[in-house]
Write a protein that binds this ligand. Structure first.
Ligand code: HEM
Length: 225
């Protein structure tokens, strides 16, 4: 919990919002590098995907540059994701309450029914599904991407292998973009969430409403990660 706002003995004024630490600066930098690289990858990848989207190559200095730069942005995304994975995998481990949360998905979607839901830790089941599916998709994307990265790996793979890899790569990219849209939509839809990744803090009310078990653990002395 943010000591500035709520530590015992602090000068807290009635009416001041209680603020809770959710992410360290390092975690946020890691997250935004990953997010920026996914946006650039989607744009450069779509530019190479279909002739009707070729105009997008203008953003990267033309077709040849886009082709050269796209895999390198992929490498940045991969390492960004590795960083996020190492930071958050434990907190995304599946628990029994996640099954209960999913079974009550109707209550999740109707804000007035929130009291019917189990108390949630740092992440709910929806966030965990995004985390694990994105992690798996990034592995598929980097692996298939290496197979079709002609400039460096061309001689190591047959034409047949490269054809399959192109299909797998495009399919995984489309799914990853859908998962990413879900992630961003949820972050905007649950009001007060964006500040977690911009300022590293959320309000106590947000934490109590959406991640009550996490808030209780935090009050018990667990640091933000
Ligand atoms: C512009 C795009 C993005 C926005 C606006 C965004 C927004 C957010 C926000 C607000 C949170 C905090 C959620 C919370 O603490 O409850 C978050 C967490 C997170 N985001 Fe993003 N994000 C974006 C892109 C990405 C991308 C591209 C990835 C990975 C490929 C990613 C991976 C994560 C992870 C791993 C977390 C921690 C939550 C978890 O482990 O489930 N984000 N994001």
């Amino acid at each position: 919990m943010s000591s500035r706002d709520v530590a015992p003995g602090d000068d807290v004024h009635p009416g001041d919002p209680v603020v809770v630490d959710r992410y360290t600066t390092a975690a946020r930098i890691n997250h935004w590098i990953t997010a920026a690289s996914l946006v650039l990858l989607a744009l450069s990848g779509l530019a190479l995907f279909h002739p009707s989207l070729f105009w997008l190559t203008g953003l990267f200095g033309g077709g040849a540059n886009t082709r050269m730069i796209h895999p390198w942005i992929g490498v940045v995304l991969f390492f960004g994701c590795c960083g996020l994975f190492l930071r958050f995998w434990r907190l995304n481990l599946w628990e029994h309450t996640d099954n209960v949360w999913l079974a009550k998905i109707r209550d999740v979607l109707s804000p007035s029914h929130e009291e019917n839901l189990p108390e949630v830790g740092k992440y709910n089941a929806g966030q965990k599904l995004v985390f694990w599916s994105m992690s798996a998709l990034i592995i598929v994307l980097i692996t298939s991407g290496i197979v079709i990265w002609d400039q460096y790996f061309g001689p190591y793979f047959s034409i047949e292998q490269r054809r399959i890899a192109v299909l797998v790569h495009a399919g995984a990219a489309v799914i990853a973009i859908c998962v990413w849209i879900t992630h961003v939509y949820a972050a905007i839809w649950v009001r007060g969430t964006i500040s977690a990744m911009t300022r590293g803090k959320v309000t106590g009310g947000w934490a109590w409403r959406h991640h009550r078990r996490w808030l209780k653990e935090l009050v018990g002395g667990k640091p933000a990660r």
